[in-house]
Design a protein around this ligand. Structure first.
Ligand SMILES: Nc1nc2c(ncn2[C@@H]2O[C@H](COP(=O)(O)OP(=O)(O)OP(=O)(O)O)[C@@H](O)[C@H]2O)c(=O)[nH]1
Ligand SMILES: [Mg+2]
Length: 455
């Protein structure tokens, strides 16, 4: 069980965002939910007597003081979100009313819910599997319609359904192999190697296409991090400003202007790119500048794309730079700035180098097109229903895939069927972990701890 959760508590929290709004919703879940609300809620009917999935109108009154007029939605176990008795109190919004009601409920014996505790109870009571729990968090945090659509697919149980079907295929195959092992001593063959091979290949292809869906999910959910790096004064901050179309970073002709990193996001054709302007790299004794340079290096490591920026004066730097095509895992773009200062007609550089001017903005569109094309080649917008949402899920699918490929190799090498069975069993366990059939507290802490309170 994740740290701090207590199954026996009746938990309460605000389910809507705090602050000024017409309405607020408070959620109360647990064994004592109906008793507690009936102590302070006065309506024509007691919540205890109400039908599930009905709404009662009445007043919250505590110590003879009317706190608010509210609607109370009643959900009886097991047909509620958490699987327990749940009430949702719709009261007036703002900072005071909901806090007063929550304080009263706490004073009467409920506990304040920890982040993700309602969803954890839903998971524990078999209302949702672990992949659906992750999708809830993604749905709440989605910042574009594609992320939202994919999170909803996960919430509707697409991953769980797919895993159930993959597991049942693998279990069938395992049973045949085990049966075959039992009969092998009598010289009877139950399943041919070619049947096992073709079944395995089909399942592997299926799992690989699911794994590939992760890069699309990640791009839409997390965006793309682009670090702008290069020597001092080449125009890195000017490029950030040009991309943002505002004067965000300080620009000056002094070397070493930018010390700290500056991050800003830009939407390019529906994908969020976060650009990081960094301290220019040069030999320096300045402690602050050295710290800035070390931060630049850290950001480079965690970025999806690196812009290596030069200015037109740096002929040696440009000619020494590699000119990679940003594709196939390559994450570098070479940009040559200040082409407005060029006296010669052309620099004679390959087409993969983006020549531009942050001053006149010539070439900026070529850069944004290059960035978009580099990312869009990794996007799969097909209507595939099963989409991997989290790194955790992706790693487990990967593990499953590795073991299925191992069993394929074992088969090719004509090794005993026992070895094939071992890998298939591990693959089945990995699939089970995705939906939380077997899992440990660290993973649960990680998933539910990232939720907001009230969810
Ligand atoms: N002519 C011309 N000048 C530019 C261009 N881009 C930037 N500059 C000038 O180059 C100088 C340095 O620009 P910055 O954007 O501060 O350079 P930087 O790479 O961020 O520099 P540091 O923060 O010191 O590493 C400023 O004087 C800019 O006005 C350009 O395209 N053309
Ligand atoms: Mg700068």
């Amino acid at each position: 069980m994740p740290i701090g959760y207590n199954r026996d508590d009746t938990i309460v929290a605000l389910a809507t965002a705090a602050g000024s709004a017409p309405l607020a919703v408070i959620r109360l879940s647990g064994k004592k939910a109906f008793t507690l609300i009936d102590t302070i809620f006065f309506s024509k009917k007691k919540v205890f007597e109400a039908e599930t999935h009905t709404i009662l109108f009445g007043k919250i009154i505590h110590l003879s003081v009317v706190i608010d007029e509210v609607l109370v939605s009643v959900f009886k176990n097991p047909t509620s979100f958490t699987g327990e008795d749940v009430v949702e109190i719709s009261c007036h919004g703002g900072c005071v009313v909901s806090q007063e009601i929550i304080s009263i409920l706490l004073s009467l014996g409920s506990s304040y819910a920890l982040p993700g505790e309602f969803t954890y109870r839903a998971f524990l009571n078999g209302k949702i599997d672990l992949s659906q729990a992750e999708s809830i968090s993604d749905l709440i945090n989605a910042n574009n319609s594609i992320s939202k659509k994919r999170a909803l697919q996960g919430l509707l149980g697409e991953i769980g359904n797919k895993i159930t079907s993959l597991r049942s295929d693998l279990l069938n195959m395992l049973s045949l192999i085990e049966l075959d092992l039992d009969f092998s001593e009598e010289g009877i063959s139950i399943v041919s190697q070619s049947t096992i091979r073709s079944k395995l290949e089909l399942i592997i292809a299926d799992i690989e296409s699911i794994i590939n869906s992760y890069s699309t999910s990640k791009i839409y959910r997390d965006g793309v991090k682009v670090v702008i790096t290069g020597k001092t004064n080449v125009g890195k901050s000017s490029l950030l400003n040009a991309l943002l179309q505002e004067s965000r970073a300080i620009v000056s002709d002094l070397h070493g202007t930018t010390r700290d990193t500056i991050e800003e996001s830009v939407n390019i054709k529906g994908i969020i790119f976060t650009f990081v302007d960094t301290a220019g790299i040069r030999d320096t004794d300045d402690v602050l500048e050295l710290e800035g340079i070390s931060r630049s290096i850290k950001h480079k490591k965690s970025s999806d794309i690196i812009i290596h920026m030069y200015d037109v004066y740096d002929k040696v730097g440009i000619s020494n730079s590699i000119f990679p095509i940003i594709d196939n895992g390559n994450r570098d773009i070479v940009v040559v700035n200040k082409i407005d200062l060029l006296t010669e007609q052309t620099l004679g550089l390959p087409d993969t180098v983006v020549c531009l001017s942050c001053k006149t903005l010539e070439g900026i569109t070529k850069l944004t097109d290059t960035l978009f094309n580099a990312v869009s080649s990794k996007i799969d917008l097909s209507e595939s229903s099963v989409v991997v949402q989290s790194k955790r899920q992706m790693e487990l699918f990967n593990n499953c895939n590795i073991h299925l490929n191992n069993s394929l190799t074992t088969l090719t090498e004509n090794k005993p069927n026992e070895l094939i069975a071992i890998d298939i069993r591990i693959a089945i366990t990995s699939l089970g972990e995705i939906i939380g059939e077997t899992t440990n507290d660290d993973i649960l802490n990680n998933i539910f701890g990232s939720f907001c309170i009230g969810k």
